[in-house]
Design a protein around this ligand. Structure first.
Ligand SMILES: Nc1nc2c(ncn2[C@@H]2O[C@H](COP(=O)(O)OP(=O)(O)OP(=O)(O)O)[C@@H](O)[C@H]2O)c(=O)[nH]1
Ligand SMILES: [K+]
Ligand SMILES: [Mg+2]
Length: 530
């Protein structure tokens, strides 16, 4: 019971009180090793895109940043170089000059951020110039002539400095990267919420809960170590504390379980909603893809088995990122190439978030008895509650209500449920060729997408798991919390150990504890200058 305790207290409790003291401590430690020989680089990079533009911004951050101000800028009227530092966080108009020849290169706005207000926590200068690529190239060549400490920034290095200075946590860093990458409104909304710290707050709160539970257990270990305490008091304490800790852990476990059971909404919006068009050959799948894409993206012919490979394209569908895949028609075949295509179609359907199953009316009701529709078993096997069923070619066959009822009962007798199967109109009747019924289909699809992926304005309901990385750490945390709950309440040391793992997993999401191995991966996703 009274096993020696490792010194984890400094780690988790301190971090709960102040953000990132460990990292700051490490930074101070390394800085103290050899301050006179250890010079930090002054990094620079264009903060705006390549090519011609109205304005281009060059960002410089590091201890030598002010050299640029002193040696490459002059007052627009007097043409004098100034000895004193630029005003803090105020735009000043300056002429930008060549450091050796004094040639005027441009006129622009200079902004200076001292370390305490710079995101990088280092002196930072921004030059807002005319957007000429020749000018930018020249400046990128001139800066390293000012001092050997100057070097071009690596991708994401400015943001990495902000993270290391404790001005952002990892979820915010990832949010900013996703915001830059966002193509649609849903992606923008999700990324913005992450970038502005909403997820950090949620994870910090969870971590604080776990730390509170640990403190209750921890107090008990301290209590046990204190030899002056009488038996009776200890018994009483040991009964109360573990149950309070248990309650906290149970509620935290349920909360995390709730986040994990979100249908992967956050991750799907981030990577795109995958929609697969499936069905038998010649049903009109490729024709439908072309209609959705508003261009002739796929080959359409009257030959069954035209599409072989999976053909994929991305669309902004009412603000949602959708990746549509047209697939090979499903049927029994001896053709080797087609067989591979069909296997790919089935595979794609299995991983799709939504499916559009296209059936052709002339194939469905072509049998001798028109009341018994024929759906091939492979197509049937792919129909599930995330599938919209389209009956195509209403221009050549118009089904009777009895035929539609027969189709519905055939599918139901196979135990099938599909999107809208309980509704009054379980099928979308369309003619892709004549573009009829397609608007209704698009509305139905929009409804289904909204139902599954809409981001609520209620912050509590917003998906919090936006990345596989977060999911992994949450699952680890959940496993530790569950182990904690299985440990008998008198085994306080082991119980404390499990909570320590849980705290660590949560800390890895925000970067409060060692994350060196994921940093490279995260920052490599940035562009240079960010
Ligand atoms: N009458 C009629 N013909 C259509 C309609 N939609 C598609 N077709 C025709 O049906 C044939 C097959 O269309 P595709 O789009 O190639 O069908 P698919 O499902 O992609 O076929 P595979 O790639 O072979 O699996 C073509 O001749 C189309 O012009 C429709 O609404 N009405
Ligand atoms: K075809
Ligand atoms: Mg096709």
């Amino acid at each position: 019971m009274l096993r020696a305790r490792t010194c984890w207290r400094e780690c988790c409790c301190c971090i709960a009180k102040a953000r990132r003291p460990l990292l700051q401590h490490q930074t101070r430690f390394f800085a103290s090793l050899a301050p006179e020989t250890w010079t930090r680089p002054t990094i620079f990079a264009p903060a705006t895109g390549k090519g011609k533009s109205a304005i281009a911004i060059l960002r410089i951050s590091g201890d030598d940043a002010l050299q640029v101000w002193r040696r490459m800028t002059v007052s627009p009227r007097s043409r004098k170089r100034l000895k004193e530092d630029p005003p803090e966080r105020r735009a000043v108009l300056r002429k930008i000059v060549h450091p050796e020849t004094d040639e005027v290169l441009d006129e622009g706005v200079v902004l200076y951020f001292p370390p305490h207000s710079a995101l990088t926590a280092q002196p930072t200068l921004e030059l807002h110039l005319h957007g000429s690529s020749a000018l930018m190239q020249l400046l990128l060549k001139l800066l390293p002539t000012l001092s050997p400490s100057f070097r071009i920034a690596e991708p994401g290095e400015f943001t990495r400095l902000a993270f290391e200075a404790g001005k952002m946590d990892l979820t915010e860093v990832e949010g900013i990267r996703d915001l830059v990458e966002a193509d649609t409104e849903a992606q923008r909304k999700l990324a913005a919420r992450q970038a502005n710290g909403q997820m950090r707050q949620a994870y910090d709160a969870m971590r604080a809960n776990a730390i509170e539970a640990t403190a209750l257990i921890e107090a008990l270990i301290d209590f046990g170590e204190d030899e002056g305490i009488s038996e009776g008091v200890y018994e009483q304490e040991s009964l109360m504390k573990p149950s309070a800790a248990r309650d906290k852990v149970v509620s935290l476990r349920d909360r995390i379980q709730g986040y994990l059971d979100d249908g992967r909404r956050g991750e799907i919006i981030r990577s795109g909603i995958h929609l697969a068009i499936v069905g038998p050959p010649n049903a009109g799948k490729s024709s439908l893809l072309n209609w959705l894409a508003r261009r002739e993206a796929a080959i359409v012919t009257e030959i069954p088995g035209t599409t072989r490979d999976v053909l994929e394209l991305s669309l902004d569908f009412h603000g949602y990122p959708i990746v549509i895949a047209d697939t090979a028609g499903l049927r029994e075949t001896k053709d080797r190439v087609e067989t591979i295509g069909i296997a790919r179609a089935v595979e794609r359907a299995a991983t799709a978030d939504l499916k559009l199953c296209v059936l052709s009316l002339d194939q469905l009701f072509s049998g001798a008895s028109t009341s018994r529709p024929v759906v091939d078993p492979l197509t049937l096997s792919l129909i599930d509650s995330h599938t919209l069923i389209l009956l195509n070619k209403t221009d050549s066959v118009s089904p009777t209500p009895a035929q539609l009822d027969a189709l519905r009962s055939t599918l139901r007798s196979e135990g099938k449920r599909w999107y809208g199967s309980e509704a009054e109109r379980p099928f979308w009747l369309v003619s892709v060729k004549k573009a009829s019924g397609l608007q209704e289909l698009a509305d139905g699809l929009k409804e289904q997408v909204k139902e599954s992926f809409e981001l609520s304005d209620n912050l509590d309901e917003t998906p919090i798991v936006t990345q596989e990385r977060h999911r992994r750490h949450l699952e680890d945390c959940l496993a530790s919390l569950s182990s904690f709950l299985e440990i008998p309440s008198n085994d306080i040391v082991d119980a404390g150990e499990e909570l320590r793992y849980a705290i660590r997993s949560l800390g890895q999401i925000t970067g409060a504890v060692d994350v060196e191995e994921v940093l490279g991966e995260i920052f490599a996703g940035f562009c240079i200058g960010k």
